[in-house]
Design a protein around this ligand. Structure first.
Ligand SMILES: O=C(CO)[C@@H](O)[C@H](O)COP(=O)(O)O
Length: 229
């Protein structure tokens, strides 16, 4: 796996939307990616930001963008986020017409490709798609809102996906999203996740950068980290 062995990605959904650039800069040097939740009020019952904001914010921080598209018609919209400079663009399997085609289009447009699975969607039918993706995002809540309670039973999907990925044989990040905090991240790491989205736990903290470092420390302590990681 190239890059750091564990990824922490603060979700700006929990930040002050009037000060997104400040929120991004507050975790530079501590976070690996900045998680950007795009919601269209159709795929989920919430409306956040779209491409114009992502383009502007891209100029304001050095952090790689991890764009999580909770939108309908990702086949139409997703490559725009890659073209806008997102490092990783993740779309929902429940919304995509042709996930493999879209993964190829995203890579051709210059980003990594991520597949997201919402709370009520099993992972098994999609395991065969994993070789086409760089990231598998497993929701540990129902997609749509921050600040929800972590659902440990959803970690079974992480275990299943990690087994299918051959314990690291397949270059696949398994990202968990929803309720990740000091008291939940170890279980997620032990289940096989290696990328952790945290909104409330980071931007609800007095010191967001320190909150990121703490989450990383707890995850690392739970699974260990190679010396060259
Ligand atoms: O995708 C989502 C919500 O749908 C997440 O990225 C949330 O932003 C996570 O927030 P917390 O649960 O960490 O507060």
């Amino acid at each position: 796996m190239s890059g750091p062995s564990l990824i922490v990605a603060p979700s700006i959904l929990a930040a002050d939307f009037a000060r997104l650039a400040d929120a991004a800069r507050a975790v530079e040097g501590a976070a690996d990616w900045l998680h950007v939740d795009v919601m269209d009020n159709h795929f989920v019952p919430n409306l956040t930001i779209g491409l114009p904001v992502v383009k502007s914010l891209r100029q304001a921080t050095t952090l790689p963008f991890d764009c999580h598209l909770m939108i309908e018609r990702p086949d139409h919209w997703a490559t725009g986020y890659a073209e806008a400079g997102a490092y990783n663009v993740t779309f929902h399997v429940e919304a995509a017409e042709d996930p493999v085609r879209l993964a190829k289009d995203l890579r051709a447009a210059g980003s990594r490709a991520g597949l997201a699975i919402d709370r009520d969607t099993p992972v098994e039918p999609y395991l065969e798609l994993l070789p086409h993706f760089d990231t598998l995002l497993i929701m540990t809540i129902k997609a749509g809102f921050g600040g929800q309670e972590f659902m440990p039973e959803l970690l079974e999907k992480v275990r299943t996906a990690r087994r299918a990925a051959g314990g690291g044989h397949l270059e696949l990040r398994i990202e968990v999203d929803g309720g990740i905090a000091d008291d939940t991240v170890a279980a997620a790491a032990e289940a096989g996740a290696d990328a952790f989205v945290a909104g409330t736990a980071v931007y609800g903290a007095d010191d967001p950068a320190e909150a990121v470092r703490r989450i990383r420390r707890i995850a690392t302590d739970a699974v260990g980290e190679p010396a060259d990681g």
